[in-house]
Design a protein around this ligand. Structure first.
Ligand code: NAD
Length: 433
């Protein structure tokens, strides 16, 4: 078992020197100190409530069995069931999933939706696996989780490397193995499903849509017209592509896009619909006729007003932050800015709209999907977007009010709003027993 997914996972677990969880803790502690968060609440939130690790075999297409490691971290359920995505990626490890789960707790609290925070993932390379292998992987993982997930307990959703197909396989496995009796409401065990299988209209684009509502709020605050703004987007998956498409529809100019295949740029604005078609056809961004190929590192110094990192974490490093030309970073991805980069951005007066607000659109519309499943309803996309916009704008205003009141940065202020809600829930309920 020299180079199995399992040994890669173990190696990744051991390598904690660039701890994402530590970065998440630093953000949490900064806000907790500033607001004087109750000591007991602070102690509880420092660590996740449950850490579930499962190792399980999956039959590969060539008949071999490979052992995979999956994680489900349940950080907090004081405000409602654990909620958060499932990631398929070779870098998935305990530290990363713990950080992502904690961010979900604060994201849901800030949005004012009745969910706690969770996250999961499997250390794997989905792009090297066939559809059948991915299906067996997803089903075995869901089976291994058993009653650790459920519509009233813990509700997964898509994240990097997973999409609606994976969610439908999870739902089907759960309904067939754990909850065979309540097949209608039981669909709410996962969100981000296909429309036919209980998904919500507007869920697929929801995170990108939310990023654009955050953009709209920031532009209004700063007195900018959207049509005047030049935007660079990193990541052209679910979040990045929808953010780019919607921002372009709103009148902004997308001047550069980068993903793991490379980058393309056009100072007059890329035709994002044509770029999307090119990417669908070729699987990569370079070679797009409507733009010039760009060296991946040059992407970070593209002259623009808005930088939207929407790929993976730790992308805006201190060095890249020192070269950024934007006035604002709107975090579509989770944890894209390292703590050192954040200091550099502050020093350079580049504003940050933090992930726990900017990418909350996904979990907010997941909440709408969950309600629809439980009530056997199907909302129209206009209603979904209207409600999403209201919650996103409310979160933005509350964050800004706190930032002004406390004289602090947006991220710390967003945490303060979220932590105050969690603190109130503990104060009202008391800590068991
Ligand atoms: P995805 O798998 O659909 O897309 C990921 C994108 O990142 C791809 O375009 C990929 O090419 C790019 N990428 C990966 N590694 C890269 C690298 N080293 N350099 C440049 N580009 C790279 O994932 P997604 O669902 O769009 O998620 C993106 C981010 O948004 C993640 O941080 C995720 O946690 C966060 N997020 C997603 C959702 C959601 O609803 N999908 C919700 C909230 C937050």
């Amino acid at each position: 078992m020299s180079d199995t997914a399992l040994s890669r996972a173990a190696a990744a677990d051991a390598q904690e020197n660039s701890s994402l969880y530590e970065a998440a803790q630093m953000q949490f502690r900064r806000a907790a100190d500033l607001m004087g968060l109750d000591g007991s609440v602070r102690t509880i939130l420092e660590q996740p409530k449950n850490e579930i690790i499962v190792n399980f075999p999956v039959r590969m297409d060539d008949g071999r069995y490979e052992l995979f490691r999956g994680y489900r971290i349940q950080h907090s359920n004081i405000l409602g069931p654990f909620k958060g995505g499932i990631r398929f990626h070779p870098e998935v490890n305990l530290d990363e999933v713990k950080a992502l789960a904690a961010w979900m707790t604060f994201k849901c609290a800030l949005a004012g939706i009745p969910f706690g925070g969770g996250k999961g993932g499997i250390t794997c390379r989905p792009w090297t696996m066939s559809e059948e292998e991915q299906m067996r992987l997803t089903r075995r993982f869901t089976h291994a989780l058993g009653t650790n997930i459920g519509p009233d307990w813990d509700i997964p959703a898509p994240d990097v490397g997973t999409n609606a197909r994976h969610m439908v396989w999870m739902m089907d496995t759960y309904l067939n193995s754990v909850n065979a009796h309540d097949r209608n409401r039981g669909r709410a065990v996962v969100t981000g499903k296909t429309l036919t299988c209980g998904g919500s209209d507007g869920r697929e684009k929801a995170t990108g849509q939310g990023v654009c509502f955050a953009l709209e709020s920031w532009a209004k605050d700063r007195g900018h017209k959207l049509s005047e703004l030049k935007i660079a987007v990193q990541g052209f998956g679910n979040v990045g592509s929808h953010a780019a498409l919607i921002a372009a529809e709103m009148g902004a100019s997308i001047v550069a896009v980068q993903d793991h295949t490379g980058a393309t740029a056009n100072t007059d604005g890329l035709d994002v619909v044509a770029l999307f078609a090119h990417w669908k056809e070729t699987g990569s961004l370079p070679g797009f006729a409507g733009g010039d190929d760009l060296e991946p590192e040059s992407f970070w110094s593209t002259p623009c007003d808005v930088m939207i990192p929407a790929a993976i974490e730790n992308q805006i490093t201190k060095e890249r932050a020192s070269r950024l030309e934007a006035s604002v970073v709107i975090e579509g991805a989770n944890g894209p800015t390292t703590p050192r980069a954040e200091k550099m951005l502050m020093k350079r007066d580049i504003e940050v709209i933090p992930d726990i607000l900017a990418n909350a659109g996904g979990v907010i519309v997941s909440f709408f999907e969950w309600i629809q499943n439980r009530n056997c309803e199907q909302w129209e996309v206009e209603m979904v977007d209207r409600r999403l916009r209201r919650l996103l704008l409310r979160g933005y205003q509350q964050m800004k009010e706190q930032a002004r009141k406390l004289g602090t940065d947006n991220r710390t202020a967003a945490y303060v709003v979220a932590l105050a809600r969690i603190e109130s829930a503990y104060a009202e309920r008391g800590i068991f027993p």
